[in-house]
Ligand binder design. Structure first.
Ligand code: CA
Ligand code: CA
Length: 216
């Protein structure tokens, strides 16, 4: 009887010891795996951002929406003017510090018959409260803000780089929406000129405008 009890006690002690050894082994394995597999890194912010919307409006066709056209146009002629614009949603950049923001935009393959290429085009800040599918000259036409810079759009299929760093920084700190607008420098209707740029609705993705971003 005493022998059987002793044997049972020894078995119990052995079992407890085995469990302890197993637990230690498991703990060591967990530590080893934690060293092998690093914790997930935070997702890097995008280096390329495409516009969320773009369109253009015409004073000479004041109720026409051009939201789905594969280019945005800016123009002037005796009958009126056209302005093109695009909007970037910066909300996914929250928490980053921008070093540079360059808008890349390509002049379209052609302009309508009867127009000459505009040459100098002014680039402006503008209000964001327009809808791509409904905006017209008469409806939610963006308000033109401060001029950012001027560009030279003097022929088809040319990539143009526009430094919009300060504006994008401003808008990221603000409402996180940035509308960039193109217009004739004076809009005096004295000439018949146009500048057209591939829009986000261009057939080839490689022709579409985009913002190139770098971070500090
Ligand atoms: Ca569009
Ligand atoms: Ca804004």
């Amino acid at each position: 009887m005493a022998e059987r009890m002793l044997s049972a006690v020894i078995s119990l002690i052995m079992m407890v010891l085995m469990i302890q050894i197993l637990m230690q082994l498991l703990e060591r394995m967990q530590q080893a795996f934690a060293e092998i597999i690093p914790p997930p890194e935070e997702e890097a912010p995008p280096s390329i951002l495409y516009p969320e919307a773009d369109s253009y409006v015409k004073s000479y066709e004041p109720d026409v929406n051009s939201g789905t056209i594969k280019y945005i146009a800016t123009a002037q002629k005796p009958e009126g003017i056209a302005r093109g614009f695009l909007r970037f949603d910066l909300s996914e950049l929250s928490g980053v510090t921008i070093k540079s923001a360059i808008l890349h935009i390509k002049t379209y393959e052609s302009i309508p018959t009867g127009y000459s290429w505009m040459g100098t085009v002014d680039v402006h800040k503008a209000s964001d409260n327009w809808d791509e599918d409904t905006v017209t000259w008469n409806t939610d036409n963006p308000t033109v803000g401060d001029k950012i810079t001027s560009i030279n759009a003097d022929g088809p299929d040319k990539w143009i780089e526009i430094d919009v760093t300060d504006y994008i920084k401003e808008e990221l700190a603000g409402d996180k929406k940035a509308t960039i607008l193109f217009k004739h420098p004076t809009e005096d209707k004295s000439t018949t000129v146009s500048a057209q740029f591939y829009s986000k609705d261009a057939d080839e993705k490689t022709n579409r405008p985009y913002l190139e971003l770098t971070y500090q």
